[in-house]
Design a protein around this ligand. Structure first.
Ligand code: S6P
Ligand code: ZN
Length: 194
């Protein structure tokens, strides 16, 4: 008889994310340095304290079809130059897999993009659920003044393609202008099919 996996009970604190995760991934400015538009501001940050930008609190779920992986992400408030602290961003390696983002705390944006360069944003605040359809790359940024916390759920076999974002970037960046977040063209973006 096939041996079945045991069910899992997870506590999620709305402000702090998954309580007692199996794994915590921490990303600092240096881990996503090539992706910020303002090189000068970036160098200043790196020569100082290389702050923590976000952490992902993960539960061990098999990375296999049929499973649903879930985790929480906490993005800290801050900016590199005028650009808000953000995640690396990725496409799923198995491109035809969707994902759900559910905001628990704070405020930010879910930026999505197709490989053809079409862009879509969702303003996230507590209670907002963003559905990322298959084939859309995704990145999040904290545009508020406290921690931005969200829960993510995605198919076990989705995988991550970070390389494409490292090479091409996202078409748009989210920067602060007159105290407000605005979407602008990313000077470092190179179209995939261009
Ligand atoms: C995974 C999902 C999220 C991100 C997390 C960090 O498919 O989209 O859990 O992994 O928000 O972002 P990134 O781009 O560094 O993986
Ligand atoms: Zn994803």
């Amino acid at each position: 008889m096939k041996e079945l996996m045991e069910p899992i009970r997870t506590i999620v604190d709305f402000k702090k994310g998954v309580v007692n995760p199996d794994r915590i991934i921490k990303r600092r400015v240096s881990d996503i340095q090539g992706m910020y538009a303002d090189n000068h501001a970036l160098e200043k940050f790196l020569s100082q304290d290389n702050p923590l930008i976000y952490q992902v609190r993960e539960v061990n779920i098999p990375e296999e079809s049929g499973h649903i992986i879930y985790s929480t992400t906490i993005i800290y408030p801050g900016k590199v130059g005028q650009e808000y602290f953000m995640t690396k961003g990725h496409f799923h390696a198995k491109e035809d897999t969707a994902e759900i983002y559910f905001c628990l705390e704070g405020e930010g944006y879910l930026l999505m993009q197709t490989k053809e360069g079409k862009v879509f944003t969702i303003h996230m605040k507590p209670g907002v659920l963003g559905y990322i359809p298959p084939y859309w790359g995704h990145r999040t940024m904290n545009t508020g003044d406290k921690e931005f916390v969200f829960l993510t759920l995605f198919p076990g076999d989705a995988g991550h393609d970070y390389e494409i974002v490292e090479k091409h970037g996202f078409a748009k960046i989210m920067i602060e202008e007159n105290g407000k977040p605005v979407l602008r063209d990313n000077p470092k973006y190179t179209p995939l099919n261009g």
